[in-house]
Design a protein around this ligand. Structure first.
Ligand code: XMP
Length: 323
């Protein structure tokens, strides 16, 4: 199959075109797969979710989805994947809670690139283990999109589902591989996926792992997850939301005071940026009232935190993530 987008291919800009694309792909997938089974690593990101919904429409129960909870997802995300795909769309979904496996492997590891490698490798191991328990799988579906092909030489690098084990001998099914991100979203909307999934802001493959800086501890990771949920909810109310917004809980403490006693607690660092391509980025100017609301909610609701900071750095010189 050609992996170059033909000049004649119409840009999917409305719901008629999305519907036409879906109808065509449903036929093509049916033809490619026949009666065989297809495996998909469903992360809950836009691309893999759209592929899952498309394949469900095409081949229904011949699709087997595996969702690996690595313990580094945002609050409520694994639950949302299960709710939408298993309960509402009745997908054949295998949910693997691998939290302990990931966090045990990460214990004491402070170097960001080593953390990334561990998270990537562990994912491959868990996914391969699940795949080996299944019988009769001949195809592997992937949420590869056009920029993945043009920007990384055909390999889905820098991605949580990237680099699957070479000994998994599957034929690939990549129905959205010629689409740009906005087109994938249009197709997802047409397939009836909820906005929270279709317009999900970018989330790095290593997840909260690179926002709980240094060596991850379970209590600090939980604080991060709670604070992140507050930040996403409050900034999400803005009329125009920033391109990416989240928080970081670093591995140091500062002094606080409660009921007349001094105690040490973590800071929460709020980060919100606008960008076109993530190569350069500008810190978003957040309203002061919004910052104070987040501060109060975080201090009142997140155990172990006694300070809230706002990162106003642009990229360059600061990267978007802290690690
Ligand atoms: P930086 O921090 O390099 O981030 O300015 C640019 C964009 O890339 C995302 N990012 C990652 N995405 N795996 C990913 O899939 C990663 O290891 C990773 N590191 C950074 C980041 O969230 C931002 O959107």
């Amino acid at each position: 199959m050609a992996d170059i987008r033909p000049d004649t291919m119409e840009r999917i800009t409305d719901h008629e075109l999305a519907k036409k694309f879906i109808d065509e792909q449903v036929e093509m997938v049916k033809e490619q797969v026949g009666e065989k089974k297809v495996l998909l690593a469903l992360s809950g990101g836009v691309d893999s979710s759209v592929v899952a919904a498309l394949l469900l429409k095409a081949i229904g129960s011949q699709l087997v989805c595996v969702h690996v909870n690595n313990g580094l997802m945002r609050k409520g995300e694994p639950e949302m994947v299960v709710k939408i795909f298993k309960e509402e769309l009745h997908a054949n979904l295998i949910y693997v809670d691998a939290t302990d496996r990931f966090l045990d492997k990460l214990e004491g590891v402070a170097d960001p690139e080593t953390k990334r490698k561990i998270i990537g490798n562990e994912f491959i191991e868990v996914f391969a283990e699940e795949a080996s328990k299944l019988e009769g799988i001949e195809f592997l579906a992937q949420g590869t999109i056009y920029p993945d092909i043009t920007e990384s030489g055909g390999v889905k690098a820098h991605h949580n589902v990237g680099g699957l084990p070479e000994d998994l001998q599957f034929e690939l099914v990549e129905p959205v591989r010629l689409l740009y991100k906005d087109e994938v979203r249009a197709v997802g909307k047409e397939l009836g996926l909820p906005d929270t999934m279709v317009y999900r802001q970018p989330f790095p493959g290593p997840g909260l792992g690179v926002r709980c800086t240094g060596a991850i501890t379970r209590d600090r990771l939980e604080a991060l997850r709670e604070a992140d949920a507050i930040v996403r909810e409050e900034i999400g109310k803005m009329e125009k939301t920033p391109w990416q917004y989240f928080c970081v809980v670093p591995d140091f403490k500062s002094t606080g005071v409660k009921e007349g006693k001094r105690y040490m607690g973590w800071p929460v660092i709020i980060r919100a940026v606008d960008t076109v391509d993530a190569v350069t980025a500008e810190a978003t100017e957040l309203p002061w009232d919004l910052l104070k609301t987040m501060r109060d909610k975080i201090i009142a609701n997140v155990p172990g935190v006694n300070r809230v900071l706002w990162d106003i750095s642009d990229k360059p010189v600061s990267t978007i993530e802290w690690e």
